[in-house]
Design a protein around this ligand. Sequence first.
Ligand code: C2E
Ligand code: MG
Ligand code: MG
Length: 689
Amino acid sequence: MSEAKTNRFTLDRAALGDVLKRIAQPICVIDKDMDILWANEAAEKLFGQGIVGRKCYQVYFLRGEPCEPQPCPAMKVFHEGSAHEHEAAVLDQQGRQRYFHCTCSVALWDEQGRPAAVVQVSQEITRQKQAEEALRKAKDFYLKLFDAFPNPIWRCRPDGTMDYFNQAWLSFTGLQPVEALGQGWLKAVHPQDGEELLKVHSQALQHKRGYTHAYRLRHRSGQYRWVQEHGSPFYDLEGHLGGIIGTCYDITECRQQREHLSYMATHDALTGLPNRLLLRERLQQAVAMARRRGRHVAVMLVDVDHFKLINDTLGHEVGDQLLKALAARLLKCVREGDTVARLGGDEFILSLADMAHGQAAAIVAQRIHNRLAEPFQVAQKEFFVTVSIGIAIYPQDSEDLNSLLSHADAAMYRAKQSGRNTYLFFTTEMNEQSYKRLQLETTLRRAIEAGQFRLYFQRQMDVLRGRCVGLEALLRWQHPELGLLSPAEFIPVAEETGLIIPIGQWALREACRSNMRLREFGLEPLKTGVNLSMKQFKHVHLHALVEQTLSETAMPARLLELELTESAVMGDPAHTAMVLHKLRALGVRVAIDDFGTGYSSMQYLRHLPVDTLKIDRSFIKDIPEDNNAVAIVRAIITMARSLALEVVAEGVEDARQCEFLKKEGCHLMQGYYFDRPAPLQEVLGRLRG
Ligand code: C2E
Ligand code: MG
Ligand code: MG
């Protein structure tokens, strides 16, 4: 520095005092007795004029009234002889609280070289203090907020250790903060889930990405609960990763519900067996495995024989129980790794996996039949159930799942046709058969318009009087290629497709019309039996149809006898009685056909408005040799008599049967012994004769 410059800025004591006076920071000089000896302008502005001469604690430590003498931190300088710093809170002239950082150091020494006065320079830090306070409050607020939050919340540091758990987390797990902080929390995580969870956390920290992850967290009750955790990274003010904040939601119920739903979607509600969906999946797996290992898979379709009869006569509840019991037995017939599925109704599918050859399926089929030899106990009754089984084998019958299923179906259908209670392996001819059946369905749709149906008639004889007392109308289909078909060949298809309704209408009308035509040939109309299928009986317009047909054809109602099979009338008792009453109110007669094959009881029959029982041909066939058949026929005749019903024996084929029935008191008969069903023209001749 040049000498001129130094001279220009040489300050005397007074000038120096002025400089000090104008410094923006409050400055005071304080003596040993805490008296303020000197103050600059900034200090006077802060505390008011005239602070010099006052005690420093009266101006500096005013945290409200009244001011008590307090040890001033500045005094430390006297005791320790060195500079000292402290913070002070003061009320300014306007009464506002302000904060200062004060630096005190020795200003003057006495003759002995001891500190005689202290200079205190104050730097205002009110803003900083306020910011700190706001921060503290905010922290307090968020902590309270997190603790009030009902879901568990935690925070981890960038190194993955936990440094915070909210109240909900602690009370969920029952852990104390000291146990949980750091790595201790892991003991609340399911042992199988811990490793994966740590990986998720470290990935989130590494890639600074949020995540959602489900795992099991031990509840304080000791039970593991499924929680869904959402974690997101957070950053400090400088933008550095601060760690992750995570929240957990208890999703145990949700998961259970989802599991339940997916179970429901893949299982049959009644039996708990896999349904079609799951079966397909299992079959696919079985086929894939068989393909790799060069093994075989059997697809086995099991259908209960005459299940409809059981269901309709004994009610759905009994039917359901029987299906459940059957499902349990089927399960016992297969190995682990095989699947027993229910496709609805009385159809079960078995997938037999990993077989050395397809023929081994016969063993399982045989086992099923053996198991069913024992009766079922349902609703305090014993039932014997038989099943028809169709089997298709991968890979010899097909490599395609759908084809395997339809082949098993075709084989099952054939098993039914060949008398039920048996099993059949699929053969290629069966394919042709099911093709034929499909064709039948298509041609059946056109048969009515094409006028291909015929009615045949069979006489009903009164053997006592030796004359014909009625006719039964029996349907035939004059098929353009297959020739004359009997009802057994097309009625099931007609029922399945609903075509039985228009076909039945045609048969009823034609039967009445034919009967009335007898007059044209000089004969009196006769009582005429017309068969109704279950579908027709359940159809809403049956009553109207009968009424309309009678009036259209002028057929006297008392001459029309509607024949219903036992199974058709035994379904819903209340509905049956209602429909029958309405029909009888028209004046028509009601007969129960094929009587003895169903499950109806006398108790039940007593309440039904019925005129006639027709004893099923299967019993007549075996009389008089078979004792059982004799007993049944006798019982039916006795029962009919006691209920004042007419009784007709069907299928009488020889004189011995006829004689026996006559002796037992049943003299109304039908059968080849008298005549075979024939077109009206032919029957006319027999009636005249
Ligand atoms: P169903 O009502 O029990 O008719 C008696 C069946 O026994 C007739 O068979 C008849 O030809 C046959 N039959 C009569 N006498 C004898 C005999 O001495 N020996 C033997 N072996 N059989 C005899 P069909 O005509 O083949 O009819 C079979 C079944 O088809 C009928 O049984 C009936 O349930 C049903 N059906 C016939 N026509 C109709 C119809 O128009 N509508 C409905 N829904 N079903 C019909
Ligand atoms: Mg009949
Ligand atoms: Mg019959």
